[in-house]
Structures are given as structure tokens and as C-alpha cells.
Design a protein around this ligand. Structure first.
Ligand SMILES: Cc1cc2nc3c(=O)[nH]c(=O)nc-3n(C[C@H](O)[C@H](O)[C@H](O)COP(=O)(O)O)c2cc1C
Length: 242
């Protein structure tokens, strides 16, 4: 999807402000997730550990240390670590309103976060494709099996996608934001993916894990592997730094 051309700023800002106020005041701006579409397996739900709100690394140090890391040890991550990463991506940080860790235009929250776990990628979890449910801080198993090779193939055979114990997939439902902001909403969705991606980078750095933003992939193939109806925007393979 191409960015729409920029238009006059005053009507746009008025539109944004009024839509935001409307959403915040009159709708509560809370969009709890609808139940996920179960593709191949039954309703297997994992409650993630509560996130840590006082890590060992300052945000300044995380910004300084953040690098794209593409080589990982063959060691599983823990449930606590993936819970922390998913919380940083899209966790609910203001429960009264359902507001999340990353900002969202008009609190429309168009993003859905999926997790591909390879064989022995996370301690105690079977390999598969999972969907993160922010309001309950839960994971739903959607597809059982190790899809790391297929996902890497969809991402132009990037080795780090195949070798990482887990890979976060950020996918967007553009309609959620474009139904409020029209064509300009598409721009907001891409911006939001960037916010979420940076949260993942900084949280991974603070946990001494390695990750890299991957934008080079075939959309349709990633959509098929993940089994998601949304448009995939970003992959984040994550593992312990080699
Ligand atoms: C939008 C975007 C797409 C990217 N796509 C890929 C990718 O497909 N594969 C990859 O290995 N790195 C990808 N990167 C990571 C960049 O190569 C990396 O950020 C850059 O080399 C600077 O290194 P640093 O992140 O360590 O500062 C992407 C980064 C961004 C922001």
C-alpha cells in the first residue's frame, strides 16, 4: 500500500483531534480483542507471567546498546521473556481504558501480534503459531508445529528468521484505523508499527536478547504461514545473542 499524498495540515489536525476526543470520551477507546480464529488446533491458551516494570537496564542504556542482532544461540527463551517482549509490544498499560504500551492514532489499535515458536524455542511451550491477546496478557495457539523454515522462506530465506527460537510477527488490520481517519489512516498504521518495533528492540536489549527488524518478505506467504487475515508489516526474530 502506498502512502496517500499529504493534504492541508489544519483540517487534518482538526480531524485527528476531534476523532481522538470522540474516541476517548464517548467510546472508551477500548477495543478488546475478538476471539482468535483457530486454524488447526483447539483452544489452547497460555497465561503469560506478569511483566516486570523495573528492569535492570535504563532506557538510555538500552537505546545506546540497541543493535540489530542476526545470530542466536540454540537455547530456548523462557515464558517470562516472551511475556515481557509481547507486553512491550502491545501489552495493556492502562487497564481502565485498554491503552497499550505503544501509542495508537485515536486508540484504534490496528495491530495484531503473532508469535512463531520453533521446536524447543520456548521452555514448556509446544512449537506453533500463537496469537497474543493484550487484554488478558494471553497466548492462543493457532497452528501447531514448527513453521520457522516456512517463515524464513517467506522472508527471502533470511537465516536469522529460521534460526531464532521465536519470531514476532506484527500484522495490521488497516480498516480499524482507516475507518476513522480515511486514507491518512494507512500512514498512521505504518507509524504505529515503528513504535511497536522500537519497543521490541529496546525490551530485547534490556533483556540482553538479540533481535532485528525484518521488513523484506512476501506478504502473501507470511500471511499463509501465520494463517492471519491481517497484513504482515514486520518480523522480529529473537534469541540469545551468539
Ligand atoms: C523498516 C526496516 C526494515 C528492515 N528490514 C530488514 C530485513 O529485512 N533484514 C535485515 O536483516 N535487517 C533489516 N532491517 C534492519 C537494518 O538493516 C538495521 O537497522 C540497520 O542495518 C542499522 O543497524 P542497527 O539496527 O544495528 O542500528 C530493517 C530495518 C528497518 C527499519
Amino acid at each position: 500500500m502506498r502512502y496517500p499524498p499529504a493534504r492541508k495540515s489544519i483540517p487534518l489536525s482538526l480531524l485527528f483531534i476531534s476523532a481522538t476526543i470522540f474516541l476517548a470520551l464517548y467510546t472508551g477507546a477500548v477495543r478488546y480483542e475478538s476471539p482468535p480464529r483457530v486454524v488447526e488446533v483447539g483452544n489452547y491458551t497460555i497465561a503469560l507471567p506478569a511483566p516486570n516494570l523495573s528492569g535492570e537496564m535504563s532506557v538510555e542504556e538500552a537505546i545506546f546498546r540497541r543493535r540489530s542482532i542476526r545470530s542466536y544461540l540454540r537455547e530456548p527463551l523462557t515464558l517470562k521473556e516472551i511475556g515481557q517482549l509481547l507486553w512491550a509490544a502491545q501489552g495493556v498499560t492502562f487497564t481502565q481504558r485498554g491503552f497499550r504500551a505503544a501509542p495508537s492514532a485515536g486508540a484504534t489499535y490496528p495491530m495484531v501480534i503473532y508469535l512463531s515458536i520453533r521446536g524447543e524455542g520456548v521452555e514448556g511451550l509446544p512449537p506453533g503459531i500463537y496469537r497474543y491477546e493484550p487484554s488478558g496478557h494471553l497466548l492462543y495457539l493457532l497452528r501447531s508445529g514448527d513453521f520457522s523454515v516456512e517463515l524464513a522462506r517467506a522472508a527471502l530465506d533470511q537465516r536469522w528468521v529460521k534460526e531464532a527460537p521465536v519470531c514476532i510477527v506484527i500484522a495490521a488490520n488497516f480498516e480499524r484505523t482507516m475507518s476513522v481517519y480515511g486514507e491518512r489512516g494507512a500512514r498512521y498504521v505504518y507509524m504505529e508499527a515503528g513504535h511497536i518495533g522500537q519497543n521490541i528492540y529496546l525490551q530485547a536489549t534490556a533483556l540482553r536478547l538479540g533481535t532485528v527488524a525484518v521488513g523484506a518478505f512476501h506478504d502473501d506467504e507470511v500471511r499463509r504461514v501465520v494463517g492471519c487475515p491481517e497484513d504482515p508489516l514486520y518480523l522480529f526474530p529473537i534469541g540469545r545473542k551468539a
